[in-house]
Design a protein around this ligand. Structure first.
Ligand code: SAM
Length: 320
């Protein structure tokens, strides 16, 4: 990336990201992200679809951290294949498959995807539910809901309810209702910058602070929608502490029954969440969260935290 294309704010942004190697980061920004895909086992067997793709000359590798996930190595554009149009595969970045693996939905569970469009993770949740149980997929954006709806239909999902509302309002009608909740929030997208160079030009601390406030409100809403004993996964495709650890730290301060859990993702290179920031000590359990730099796996950068809502205890702790 040319220096001229970075705003002063963006230089400042890079210097604020813990452990970031700026040279490697800028190199990762120049590389196209690897194409990943998931086999849709709702519609066909994994073996059958792999055989079809091999016969068409596609070359791919299994992704160790995501069931049914593959990285495309050669063979052309998967997006133009019949398999894609018929919903036998879903194109999705390899690291983007990790948050749902951490959530680990099981057949029969009731799951909320609060910020769901265009549906990469909703289709993945539906697949792991094996069309049993219920998936509620919500988004606030009408245009993006159309893509979500068409992707779920193409994928053959029959156990999904789509809602169009501000996720922050969800506890008004679904408090304590869900076994599992995914909060894949809108973010400053530093982990997928090679897809959109505009991020580097328009980045500002004000934007990050604004996003951080919405992210906390969405996280709190999602947490309030969880049953006691339920599991919540919070994810972003960005690297700032304001949008990641500080959001989780605030929830842990406000809700005594929110506990971070360890995350295991085989062969995915990652580092622990930070527990100190700008002279401030954060909750030590934040080291259980994972931050994934784009150059760790030469794929997307992500942050993932897994939170359990403990049974019993005081829900609200301190300020709101
Ligand atoms: C990172 S994207 C989600 C990507 C999606 N989970 C996937 O894997 O395909 C964030 C989404 O949050 C939605 N969003 C933003 N503000 C929201 C709000 N207040 N309530 C619900 N959704 C919101 C955006 O419209 C956007 O679709």
């Amino acid at each position: 990336m040319s220096n001229l294309m970075m705003s002063g704010d963006f230089r400042e942004c890079l210097s604020r990201i813990p452990d970031l190697d700026p040279e490697l980061f800028l190199e990762s920004c120049k590389r196209p992200l690897p194409e990943g895909f998931r086999i849709n086992t709702i519609k066909s067997s994994e073996e059958n679809v792999l055989k079809r793709l091999r016969q068409k000359g596609f070359v791919f590798e299994k992704i160790p951290w995501a069931r049914y996930g593959y990285i495309l190595r050669d063979g052309g554009e998967l997006g133009k294949t019949l398999e894609h149009m018929a919903g036998l595969i879903y194109l999705q970045g390899p690291v983007s498959m990790a948050p749902v693996e951490v959530l680990d939905p099981k057949p029969g569970e009731i799951v909320l995807d609060l910020c769901a469009a265009p549906g990469s993770k909703s289709t993945q949740i539906a697949q792991l539910l094996e069309n049993m149980g219920v998936l509620v997929a919500n988004d606030v954006n009408h245009e993006r809901i159309k893509a979500l709806s068409s992707n779920l239909q193409r994928f053959g999902v029959i156990n999904c309810v789509i809602t169009l509302t501000d996720g922050r309002k969800y506890p008004r009608f679904a408090r304590g209702f869900f076994d599992k909740v995914l909060i894949d929030v809108p973010c400053s997208s530093l982990g997928i910058i090679s897809k959109n160079w505009g991020i580097a030009k328009s980045w500002s601390l004000g934007m990050v602070e604004r996003l951080s406030r919405i992210q906390y409100q969405l996280l709190e809403a999602g947490f309030n929608c969880l049953k006691p004993g339920g599991v919540l996964v919070y994810s972003t495709c960005t690297l700032t502490v304001e949008e990641n650890e500080l959001v989780i730290d605030r929830l842990l301060k406000n809700y005594k029954n929110a506990k971070l859990e360890d995350i295991r993702l085989p062969s995915l290179k990652s580092r622990n969440g930070v527990v100190e920031w700008s002279g401030r000590r954060l909750n030590p359990d934040l080291e259980k969260a994972v931050r994934i730099m784009p150059y760790d796996n030469w794929a997307e950068g992500f942050f993932i935290a897994k939170i359990i809502k403990e049974v019993g205890g005081n829900e609200v702790n301190g300020y709101r």
